[in-house]
Design a protein around this ligand. Sequence first.
Ligand code: SF4
Length: 282
Amino acid sequence: MTDYRSPTTEHRFSIMHESFSLSRGKLVSFLTCQRQFQLRYLQRLPWPVVPLAEPSQALLDRGQQFHQLLQRHFLGLEIIPAAIADDAVRRWWSLFQRYQAALPHGRFLTEISLTVPLDGALLNGRFDLLILGEKDGTPFAHLFDWKTGKAQDEATLRQDWQTRLYLALLAAGGAALLPPGHALLPEQIAITYWYVTEPDAPRTLHYNTAWHTQNWADLAALVAQITALDVEEPWPLIADWSACQNCAYRVLCGRQDAGSQPVVNPDEEAALLDWALEPELP
Ligand code: SF4
């Protein structure tokens, strides 16, 4: 079997210095509200400042348990269903065992981070499962992502910044995970989303060069937009107050009147979980 190398360790930089990191959560935060991005990631104000509503915390806890369970599974550890305390997590595990599609042969890397530089930023992603292998003498990289929220259609997933960022990261930097001299073309990269809510219908998206060219240009434009802002000045607040309902910084922005909204929507739950599972690089 091919000897694939382990990834490099996490890099730590600050926007106040030469580089800053951009994860999916940070990209979404910036696109949602530039002030939120500044308060959370540049000024490092605590988030959240109040405990989550009970339903949201329970959903978050279950999602994290399920991801940890699958991580242990792909590390080769035995999973004993009777030892899974939470009924929902035990049911999800049962569904996963029953419906899991055949995985390609290769090297399994679970909860692995990949960081790639782009114009003064460090793009970063953390993958639930990455399988690196060879087919007909050509390397491939296949990502798998486990979801406990509402299933999304493929058109929506194509536009999701997780999809776009993760595929772009592998196309731009995935060769670093391969043996020396190996390249990884966009056409050799794919991502599969598996949902506990639709376990028999995983969504697989295949990358290609045209999509990567557009993705990379969009990411570069976002990096340029961020670096053009003055870190000493308050960044723009979002005009739509409804976005403030789940933001910890309402008081700082004088938007207490936006009210608070417990996160019970499955879409928001999924975003919250993705955010919570991301590494908090500077
Ligand atoms: S409260 Fe609203 S305006 Fe202020 S940071 Fe949060 S989302 Fe942005």
